[in-house]
Design a protein around this ligand. Structure first.
Ligand SMILES: *[C@@H]1O[C@H](CO)[C@@H](O)[C@H](O)[C@H]1NC(C)=O
Ligand SMILES: *[C@@H]1O[C@H](CO)[C@@H](O)[C@H](O)[C@H]1NC(C)=O
Ligand SMILES: *[C@@H]1O[C@H](CO)[C@@H](O)[C@H](O)[C@H]1NC(C)=O
Length: 256
């Protein structure tokens, strides 16, 4: 906790204070980081911190979703991303963009049909390519979060890349999206989604430690942070001891 001070005083000194929180608390939640406009600095801080390794395994959270479904966006932006940032030492996230899409093998190439139309397929493909190319959740999750919280998901790829992964050329991502690699990745996501047990009948479909129940889903959608803190059997990480997140109203689901 102490190192927040050192790291962020430099940021604070460089610009006018924009928020009413002391610098030592700027990275203590994503809400505060946003309000104080230090998201990028906090991400760097988070990705460089030494996570305490516990013998107790991390809680595995798999999110099956599609890029334009409102409920998926709500869960990813308001629950999964902020909880993961705070609780990265005890959460292991897997993102599977595909959701309620369908695939057909047309002369050896997979053709995808998405619930919210071709633009959703494009958004899913961009995100699958980012996950594959960057292969580091600290690099791709902020970009996907940035896209999913913007007005236009597909259009925001360029600006989100510029902020969170300026070293990755847009061209490289688009080559994947339009090429055989993207096709193969999306087919893999289709298979993972079709392999779900029980099979999904809406998205976002949340699987926690390999389990999906209506009750777990409802708890995760109202407060994933509290659910993870309550469920984790090992020593609780700092944020669990200090904060309790007010549960949110459950987002609408996208039925298939
Ligand atoms: C996180 O999940 C991935 C994919 O399921 C797995 O390969 C990896 O070992 C897990 N990491 C941790 C720290 O549990
Ligand atoms: C897809 O179709 C091609 C030709 O139509 C066929 O050779 C291939 O085996 C099919 N692949 C799968 C996985 O069904
Ligand atoms: C997003 O922007 C693209 C242009 O880049 C446009 O074709 C598309 O219709 C927009 N989507 C939405 C949902 O406004």
């Amino acid at each position: 906790m102490r190192c927040y001070l050192l790291l962020l005083c430099a940021v604070g000194a460089a610009s006018q204070p924009v928020c009413n929180h002391p610098p030592s608390t700027w990275c203590s939640s994503w809400e505060i980081a946003k309000e104080c406009q230090v998201e990028k600095q906090c991400l760097e801080f988070y990705s460089n911190r030494d996570l305490k390794k516990s013998s107790e395994p991390a809680i595995q959270i798999d999110l099956f979703y599609e890029s334009l479904c409102g409920g998926c966006r709500g869960f990813l932006v308001r629950q999964l991303f902020p909880s993961w940032l705070m609780l990265a030492e005890i959460i292991n996230v897997t993102l599977v963009p595909y959701g309620n899409a369908q695939e057909t093998n047309i002369t050896g190439k997979w053709v995808f049909d998405c619930q919210h139309g071709p633009e959703e397929c494009l958004g899913n493909m961009m995100e699958a390519c980012l996950i594959h190319i960057l292969d580091d959740i600290y690099k791709y999750f902020p970009i996907i979060f940035c896209m999913e919280s913007s007005n236009n998901i597909t259009k925001s790829l360029e600006s989100c890349l510029a902020v969170y992964a300026p070293e990755l050329p847009l061209k490289t991502v688009l080559e994947c999206v339009n090429g055989d690699l993207g096709n193969k990745l999306m087919h893999e996501n289709a298979q993972k989604t079709k392999g779900l047990s029980p099979p999904h009948n809406y998205v976002p479909w949340i699987v926690i430690d390999g389990m999906h129940t209506d009750d777990l889903q409802a708890q995760a959608q109202s407060s994933l942070f509290n659910l993870v803190c309550d469920t984790y059997k090992g020593p609780k990480p700092e944020p669990c001891l200090h904060s309790e997140i007010t549960p949110l109203k459950r987002d609408v689901l996208c039925l298939n």
